[in-house]
Write a protein that binds this ligand. Structure first.
Ligand code: NAP
Length: 248
């Protein structure tokens, strides 16, 4: 069965796409704007003997999402795996609320998950088999990283949807889980004081380091595989053991 990984041109999504291809899964590399980067991911998979294609679509737009699923099926076959990875971070706190930034996050982080899941359901129901993994964040669990207040709220909503979708779709053979990453080195990480941020975040994990996209990709590969066939409605935290959460 084919997998769609949203936001797979870079970062965690890219690593997930490459990892799923290693398991022999045909992968659709969805992207928003970075077509060259997306095509480079496709080339890597093709060069390794896998099957992949890149498809541009804004996951916040239901019409574009519908086209994404139709084109994916035409090019690589029925979609049985969906990784809702596309996400954005706009900073803010209780004293600093930007309505437009919040609307943008709700559109991508929350509504994108809704549109993609709804588009995936018909074919998954038809085959009585579907595996959906949503990307949450430990921000949703209460990490004290300044500026992530509103982002955390969108990710908490993703975790709520994960459980509700699992309840509604389980009878159709569709499993829905989420991965909640800790601090992972990607473009989402502020470039300005990168080294200092890495030091601070390494000290906050009991394993003494920050995460890499591949750390998340392994967890997602497990959750879309048959090895996790009796797991649904779960949030798997992959954060190296964050002291600010473990000590609570
Ligand atoms: P990233 O490096 O900023 O990459 C974001 C990806 O999402 C890009 O491929 C981008 O496409 C795509 N994208 C953004 N808006 C989109 C839209 N409307 N439609 C389709 N694609 C869209 O992000 P990341 O750090 O890998 O994060 C991936 C996921 O993990 C996100 O959901 C994020 O919230 C979550 N997460 C990240 C961390 C972390 O520390 N990095 C921690 C916890 C959770 P283009 O390249 O075309 O722009």
């Amino acid at each position: 069965m084919t997998a769609i990984v949203t936001g797979a041109s870079r970062g965690i999504g890219r690593a997930i796409a490459l990892r799923l291809a290693l398991d022999g899964i045909p992968v659709v590399i969805n992207f928003l704007s970075q077509s060259q980067a997306a095509q480079a991911v496709v080339e890597s998979i093709l060069n390794a003997g896998g099957r992949a294609c890149a498809i541009q679509a804004d996951t916040g737009d239901p019409a574009q999402v519908q086209q994404l699923f139709e084109q994916s099926e035409q090019r690589l076959g029925p979609v049985g795996i969906l990784v809702n990875n596309a996400g954005i971070l706009r900073r803010g706190s209780v004293d600093n609320y930007d309505h437009a930034a919040m609307a943008e996050m709700i559109r991508t982080n929350l509504e994108g998950v809704i549109h993609c899941t709804r588009a995936a359901i018909p074919s998954m129901r038809h085959h009585h088999d579907g595996r959906i993994v949503n990307l949450s964040s430990i921000a949703a669990h209460g990490t004290a990283v300044p500026g992530t207040t509103w982002y955390a709220a969108t990710k908490a909503a993703v975790e709520s949807l994960t459980r509700r979708f699992a309840l509604e779709l389980g009878p159709d053979g569709i499993r829905v889980n989420a991965v909640a990453p800790g601090f992972i080195l990607t473009d989402m990480v502020d470039a300005a004081n990168r080294e200092q941020v890495i030091q601070t975040m390494s000290a906050k994990a009991v394993l003494g380091r920050v995460g890499h996209p591949e750390d998340i990709a392994e967890a997602v590969a497990f959750l879309v595989s048959d090895d996790s066939r009796f797991i649904t409605g779960q949030i798997l935290t992959v954060d190296g053991g964050r002291t600010d959460l473990l000590s609570h």
